[in-house]
Design a protein around this ligand. Structure first.
Ligand code: IMP
Ligand code: MG
Length: 173
């Protein structure tokens, strides 16, 4: 596999994050917001999206693993790092790089809901529309894409390419 053509440019990503940030700032006016980034993939979205949010925000991170080195979801989600923060009574917004089958996120949502946050919403830069197996309510989405495997802007293939400023397709050698 190698990196192929650019699917979503740096400019397109940044302008989508500006819009998402503006919407989040409007919706959370007067509320204390806790952004929860899902590592590792969401680190870029988290940093750039947060710069477009004007209400006061706190940050926390969770790390989960669902894929290993393959390009297909296994359905097995492991929590590698839990939150540092208590979320009871807090307005929690989960930041995701990409929602594919929805398995990772539905597992996360279930395990966070029982901690009784005041609200629990999801923002994702990318959403694969063809193959979502678990229906999930995503309040803020950047782009809807097909079922192709993509890398860049936090997304990896076997640990690589997370540093690309754009989203690119992976293709056969
Ligand atoms: P899901 O459980 O199938 O929704 O998988 C979500 C996770 O799988 C994402 O947070 C990514 O880490 C990874 N993933 C899904 N699709 C892609 C892709 O096209 N490129 C890179 N990682 C992906
Ligand atoms: Mg991820």
């Amino acid at each position: 596999m190698k990196v192929g053509e650019v699917l979503i440019s740096e400019e397109q990503i940044q302008s989508a994050l500006a819009e998402m940030g503006a919407a989040i700032s409007r919706d959370y006016e007067g509320k204390d917001l806790l952004l929860v980034g899902v590592l590792k993939g969401a680190f870029m979205v988290m940093a750039d999206l947060a710069r477009n949010i004007t209400v006061p925000v706190e940050f926390d991170f969770m790390a989960v693993s669902s894929y290993g080195a393959a390009t297909q979801t296994s359905g097995v989600v492991r929590i590698l790092k839990d939150l540092d923060t208590e979320i009871e009574g807090r307005h929690v917004l989960i930041i995701e790089d990409i929602i594919d089958s929805g398995l990772t996120l539905s597992y996360l949502l279930k395990s966070l809901k029982v901690r009784k946050p005041a609200s629990l919403e999801v923002a994702a830069l990318l959403r694969k529309v063809d193959i979502q197996r678990v229906p999930i309510d995503v309040s803020y989405t950047g782009f809807e894409i097909g079922s192709e495997f993509v890398v860049g802007y936090g997304l990896d293939y076997a640990g690589l390419y997370r540093n690309l400023p754009h989203v690119a397709l992976m293709e056969e050698e």
